[in-house]
Design a binder for this molecule. Sequence first.
Ligand code: ADP
Length: 513
Amino acid sequence: MPKISKILIANRGEIALRIVRACAEVGITSVAVFSDADRTALHVRAADEAYPIGPAPSRDSYLRVDKILEVARKSGADAIHPGYGFLAENADFAQAVIDAGLIWIGPPPAAMRLLGDKLTARHTAQAAGVPTVPGSDVAVDDLDQAVAAAERIGYPVLIKASAGGGGKGMRVVRSKDELEAALRTAQSEAQSSFGSGVVYFEKYLEHVRHVEIQILADSHGNAVHLGERECSIQRRHQKLIEESPSPVVDADLRARMGSVAVAAALAAHYTSAGTVEFLLDKDRNFYFLEVNTRLQVEHPVTEWVTGIDIVLEQFRVAEGKPLSITQDDVEVRGHAIECRIAAEDPFNNFAPSLGTIASLAEPGGPGVRVDSSMYRGGKVSIYYDPMIAKLIVWAPTREHAMTRMRRALEEYGVRGIQTNIPFHLAVLGDAAFQEGRIDTGFVEEFMATGWLTQKDAHDKELERTAAYLGALVVDQKRLAGGALGRQSQPVNGTGPVHDGSKWRVAGRREAMR
Ligand code: ADP
């Protein structure tokens, strides 16, 4: 059985750091790669070794298969973990890694091909008896086919790129008049974004939840599911808040969705970690959406409620070992929530917020996990995804997890760029969210309530960051100037003073400036 001793991580940001940390815990040497923009990045500093792979744009660095394989050779790495995004779902890359004599920490390329394409994934799921969203089942090439398919399925329909991902390349069509233009744009967008213009139709389901099942499978025929994640809080089909368990999934539904997900994986001869995504309607019918053949952004919520380290299981499976757990070992305990922290300005239609992180105070305390690529002096550039951190909390109940998340978000101080933290705070404070009354249309409806334009939303945010940064971050300049020193000097000859209130006031003024 091959033992992995050195892993090259073909990624950046928080997920690269997550994998570096896993390596460190099991005595595996980690190798980071970095673009010119990431010289001082946390994943580079944390890894045992780091190698430059080119200029900032991803196509010149993190997407360069040749350079990554070259570093693997040079560094003597024996395995490659792709993280998520970039090359993670690229079956040709996986095959190239294997052909280079290295261990690919992911599913077999054939399974990636089968499940990575939405149409062939649908066929595979259907053959395994998995219910799918009603749809066209074949590519829709021209207007005649489109009209016939839409009429059969019933409006509204969703045009989807078979090779699509990341919430991109989808178009809702509500009537026949919109069909022709929508089909053309969808096809050309699919071609330019994914290199394939193949599109198909699904019934557009409204007021549904996105509920997905985490699975793990090994090369000995063992496959388990780790319960579900509720990911209905999305903006433009991209997830913002995820939680486990779902507020509406009980043990019976979990077992049914889980066994269906495992059946789909086994049908594709899948191994490693993967996610089977479903839409769940009000009557608790669930419909297969797609499979993500990689580690997911939101994997930590599942890790927390099950106590299973998904990355370490990936390492085991890649080494040819059996999973360390059976289905009977999987128990969902308590409640975990994740907020994706992005450098986006919620007060300005979520426009990207670029710049340098001037100050940073990260939350801590009981039940808080921060998976982040942020550091003081770090730059948020146009080159990469705006998601720069994930804040995850765990508590025994959903109610407590929500108050804990609000507490942790309140503690999160970032200065220099605008983040979406105030948006998360507002959602966590929303009654419908608190009652678990959510679906994939939640964010759109929530934005329509106009919370952003509420007179004091912006002021509150300034006050919040100022309070935490003022109180928790020692600004180097002020320190040099003696501000902190003065605070801790005896005042009026009464002995040492730790005047919290004065310090907070002083800090707030500084941070508000
Ligand atoms: P991607 O691979 O781009 O992420 P998915 O198929 O996973 O695309 O869908 C992303 C999101 O789009 C889902 O979570 C859901 O909110 C929405 N969506 C996808 N298909 C449908 C559908 N048939 N009806 C309603 N919403 C859908």
